[in-house]
Write a protein that binds this ligand. Structure first.
Ligand SMILES: Nc1nc2c(c(=O)[nH]1)N[C@H]1C(S)=C(S)[C@@H](COP(=O)(O)OP(=O)(O)OC[C@H]3O[C@@H](n4cnc5c(N)ncnc54)[C@H](O)[C@@H]3O)O[C@H]1N2
Ligand code: MOO
Length: 419
């Protein structure tokens, strides 16, 4: 149940934390807690993958001059033609050598392709150009093989409308249209703080240690969720380390969101809540009635930064990221809140009173089929999955509809290539 979002404390209205939200409430709360970041001008190549906020128009006609579409000769009037120096105006009966893309001289009627013409004589000024007998019909007609100015676009024409998700071809078109920068929706910058003195980053961990599952994947997942990775930091389990990791150096990079992993529980080494409070921040949401990932926390610091606390258990953390992080980043990036789709359940899933279960599954022939190895500390099931089922507390029976969410890296089934 959603607790009240604001409570009165004396004459102040203090933000109040929502505890134990349902899965849907948690997503909505995360989405509503943020407003879109502004737009930003970026160099062309940095705009790929961003949403354009100001349309791109042609600065002038494209192409901006009439050019030759072939290697050969520019000619004027009917042949035979006397060859003159290239790049000079032509009068009827004259022709001059031109290359593909060359500026068409004034007075040009058309372009004769190299393979369609014959040059006789050697002395400059006396060479004659004639049409080869086997040249195709119409090779010397007016306008032949000329790319007229403005053929692709007229000056002022909108080439890429605002709202377009920019791909490399859009960026090339913006360059052709004379632009050096594009105005795009700013993406949230997300810093990551990985906690836990038992976490090792290479090789095989000793008993009591765990191999880091977050460092290698979070940058990519955050990028797929529309964020710009803003650096990773690793700390142990002390409160002081938490405080200094969440503090921002005055000249350091500014993140919009900091994601932490671990430390969301209630043990002596779990400092998320205390650190947020000590820094003058507040919690927006503390815990979600879901499994796995129930200890997930969302807070906000006085500098406006959001802090998303993911549980340490690997699958729990990813489900928490997709539950809270995905809507938060969507709101900051000016995108819609994604809603669950619906498939038919391919298996019975038992009731679990009071909480939603997020069950990694594959999508196959319209069915959502749960995968094995989906304990909160496991990654094996998620690595096979296309998405996850959002199973209500009362469970779901095989053959019944079930809400599903795709994983950020999953290609929609209709877009998959056949082998
Ligand atoms: N008494 C209770 N204990 C626990 C509860 C509870 O309700 N009462 N909830 C359990 C659940 S559910 C979760 S999830 C975890 C949340 O734990 P924390 O967020 O405090 O995380 P840690 O305790 O630091 O670590 C938990 C687990 O995750 C492993 N871990 C941490 N970082 C990494 C990493 N980078 N790569 C791989 N694995 C990592 C860590 O070693 C622990 O095994 O609390 C339960 N306990
Ligand atoms: O977040 Mo825990 O499953 O619910 O591991």
């Amino acid at each position: 149940m959603l607790a009240q979002a604001i409570s009165d404390v004396g004459t102040f209205r203090m933000p109040c934390v929502t505890k134990g939200a349902t899965w849907s409430e948690a997503r909505r709360l995360a989405f509503r807690s943020a407003t879109p970041l502004g737009s930003v001008l970026v160099p062309l190549e940095k705009g790929i993958g961003s949403v354009l906020t100001s349309g791109v128009s042609a600065r002038r006609d494209i192409p901006h001059y009439a050019s030759s579409a072939m290697d050969g000769w520019a000619f004027s009037g009917d042949g035979p033609w006397t060859l003159t120096a290239p790049n000079s105006p032509l009068t009827p009966g004259q022709a001059s050598v031109i290359a593909t893309g060359g500026l068409v001289p004034a007075g040009t009627s058309g372009i004769l392709r190299k393979e369609s013409g014959l040059v006789s004589g050697d002395a400059p000024g006396t060479q004659q150009l004639t049409l080869k007998p086997d040249a195709g019909r119409g090779e010397a007609l007016p306008g032949r093989h000329i790319r007229p100015a403005g053929e692709e676009a007229s000056a002022g024409e909108v080439l890429i409308p605002a709202g377009t998700l920019l791909n490399p071809a859009h960026i090339a078109l913006a360059a052709v249209a004379g632009h050096d920068q594009v105005r795009v929706q700013r993406k949230p910058v997300v810093a990551v703080v990985l906690t836990g003195s038992e976490v090792v980053t290479s090789g095989e961990p000793a008993p009591g240690q765990v191999r880091d599952t977050f460092g290698p994947q979070l940058g990519a997942v955050l990028t797929q969720l529309g964020a710009v990775p803003g650096g990773q930091r690793r700390i142990g389990d002390s409160y002081q380390e938490w405080l200094s990791a969440l503090a921002v150096a005055p000249d350091g990079p500014r993140a919009d969101v900091t994601v932490t992993t671990g430390g969301t529980g209630k043990s002596g080494t779990d400092h998320f809540r205390a650190a947020i409070e000590a820094m003058g921040g507040h919690l927006l949401l503390d815990g979600i009635a879901m499994k796995p990932g129930h200890p997930a926390v969302l807070g906000k610091l006085p500098d406006g930064r959001f802090v998303l606390g993911l549980p340490g258990n690997p699958l729990a953390a990813m489900m928490a990221l997709l539950t809270l992080g995905e809507p938060l980043l969507a709101a900051l990036g000016n995108r819609q809140l994604a809603v669950a789709g619906q498939l038919t359940s391919g298996a019975d899933v038992e009731p679990d009173p009071g909480r939603t279960r997020l069950v990694p599954c594959i999508f196959s022939h319209g069915l959502a089929v749960p995968v094995a190895h989906t304990g909160p500390a496991m990654m094996r099931g998620l690595a096979q999955a296309d998405g996850f089922m959002v199973v209500p507390a009362e469970g779901v029976q095989a053959g019944a509809p079930v809400p599903v969410m795709p994983l950020p890296w999953t290609t929609p089934p209709e877009a998959r290539m056949s082998p």
